[in-house]
Design a protein around this ligand. Structure first.
Ligand code: CU
Ligand code: ZN
Length: 531
């Protein structure tokens, strides 16, 4: 007798193979049987004729570690069918923390939810504190290089000395022993951007020794894209560990098309025997903090130091000159006009949300750069923007590449309370249904089994997870039941806080979290530890 039975659906098992009709029996947290189970008794039965049952989706690139604390139900992710999130990305995780530089980390954090009290120091202490209250989905934690650097040397804009490097390596090793899965970098963000490749190799090697992997928001996604991919691959080669190129893209119109060359670099590295993969989100806009517009020296010493600098007209002049300088390949403004930058979220200046910087400047009687600087100051560096700067053809290229999987780069949000503030990038609500609906069903850019593989079996392979990302007997019962004819994202740039349609049931570790499209309130997610 099964605890639960899913009857009559087409099973797409996550391997990339075509689907076939089968029932799925679940006992406790495991898939107990797959096949004709029509005669088998079960505690409850989900009738799913005409639906697809697939492994729960693995979001390979998430920032939910900053949100799940006050969103234990993981609303915007679980409703997409996501059952595991990989967090701690882009160089930034909430641990480890040092007493000396705690304020720097907290000031740098874009969002510190209720309950996140920084009472921890090590990654182990952090994970225990996080896990105490449970979550709806499973969590895989990476350690951010920026966080390691802040804990060791704050926002110092220089190379670490021998002692400091050894300390970062020790923190990395301890984190791996505490249950982390690898190292992430954010090499366009201070203080990660202050690090030379050698420093990253030295720390990555420690993660590799513990069988971790290296996920990188690479040093440039525009004019310097190919150099940056080459650097990430070098870290894998010299640090002896697998490489995940995060949210692969070519930003700025002059760089459109370069995703093909970036993927060719991935192919060449693989031909050399290196384990290099990438992830992508299905949108042609990116999103990050507004302060990323600033040259990285502006953040030397941390957010307080940045605020002081921005109060100085001479420094503002220097920022303006650098940003308006002829093509350097580094400045965001080389690649994108002010009208293509939308303010997504800011806590204080609500009037700015949803407006383009060109509009905002006009409305405030100042030029767009002044309007941006004013907003960075008003929000103490915590405002977000959306940049409309990517190419649809590049996106399709990435989606169909066999070593590219899906990662949202978003967070678990919800359309209520603090979680529903602003106009964040719709990827937090729509990524997975958008791939299945828009790109598989409507545009036929990829087949449905292939699309499912890129959100299940392929990320499971990257993580070394043998018992998730697949529908087979003995695997963990992380499952999603969706309507292949109807599944679609609903979140837009104008109205981002909208759940998708067509995702009917979601099971995490054998428990129903979404039933008939409604959240059950169940929190069966686990903090996963590396195999
Ligand atoms: Cu990210
Ligand atoms: Zn990133």
């Amino acid at each position: 007798m099964f605890d639960l039975k899913i009857e009559g659906a087409t099973v797409i098992d996550g391997t990339g193979a075509e689907g076939g009709r089968a029932d799925v029996g679940v006992s406790d947290d495991l898939i107990a049987a797959v096949g004709d189970l029509s005669r088998e008794p079960a505690g409850s039965t989900l009738r799913a004729a005409g639906r697809v049952v697939a492994p729960g989706f693995i979001d390979m690139h998430s920032h939910s570690d900053w949100r799940l604390w006050e969103n234990r139900r993981a609303e915007s992710k679980i409703r997409q069918g996501v059952t595991t999130e990989v967090v701690g990305n882009c160089g930034f995780s909430p641990a480890p923390v040092s007493a000396e530089f705690l304020d720097d980390l907290r000031g740098f954090a874009l969002y510190v939810p209720d309950g996140m009290d920084f009472g921890w120091r090590s990654v182990g202490e952090y994970l225990r504190a996080f896990d105490a209250d449970g979550t709806a989905l499973n969590v895989v934690q990476l350690v951010g290089h920026g966080t390691l650097r802040i804990a060791t040397m704050g926002f110092a804009r220089r190379a670490p000395d021998g002692k400091e490097l050894a300390r970062m390596q020790r923190l990395m090793g301890d984190a791996m022993e505490d249950g982390a899965w690898g190292l992430s970098t954010g090499l366009i963000y201070a203080p990660g951007s202050y690090a030379a490749t050698e420093e990253i190799v030295e720390i990555a090697r420690v993660a590799g020794r513990h069988r971790g992997f290296y996920a990188s928001h690479i040093r440039g996604e525009g004019a310097t894209l190919l150099d940056a991919v080459t650097e990430a691959i070098r870290v894998g080669r010299e640090g002896d560990l697998p490489v995940q190129v995060s949210h692969i893209k070519a930003a700025g119109r002059p760089n459109w098309g370069k995703v093909a060359q970036a993927l060719a670099l991935v192919d060449a590295a693989r031909a050399e025997g290196l384990d290099v993969m990438a992830d992508v989100y299905p949108y042609t806009a990116s999103s990050t903090t507004l302060r990323t517009l600033l040259p990285d020296w502006a953040l030397e010493g941390g957010v307080d130091a940045m605020m002081k600098r921005l109060a100085d007209p001479e420094v503002r002049g220097r920022i303006r000159r650098e940003l308006e300088a002829p093509v350097t390949g580094q400045s965001l403004l080389d690649r994108i006009g002010w009208e293509n930058i939308m303010i997504a979220y800011c806590a204080r200046r609500k009037d700015a949300e949803g407006k383009r910087l060109s509009e905002l400047g006009a409305a405030r009687g100042m030029d767009p750069l002044e309007a941006a600087l004013e907003l960075i100051v008003d929000e103490a560096g915590k405002a977000y923007m959306i940049l409309f700067q990517l190419d649809e053809a590049d996106l399709r290229r990435a989606l169909v590449h066999p070593m590219v999987m899906i990662g949202s780069d978003g967070s678990s949000l919800a359309p209520y309370g603090a979680l529903g503030a602003g106009k964040p990038h719709p990827r937090s609500y729509g990524t997975f249904p958008r791939v299945l609906g828009e790109y598989a069903r409507e545009q036929r850019v990829l087949g449905l089994p292939e699309a499912v593989h890129k959100m299940t079996g392929l990320p499971a392979r990257r993580l070394g997870l043998r018992d998730r990302g697949i529908v087979r007997v003995g695997a963990k019962a992380d499952l999603v039941v969706f309507d292949g004819k109807r599944v679609a994202d609903q979140a837009t740039y104008e109205e981002p806080h909208r759940y998708p349609v067509g995702v009917e049931h979601v099971l995490v570790n054998g428990r129903l979290v979404i039933k008939d499209g409604e959240h059950t309130g169940s929190l069966p997610g686990k903090l996963l530890t590396p195999p």
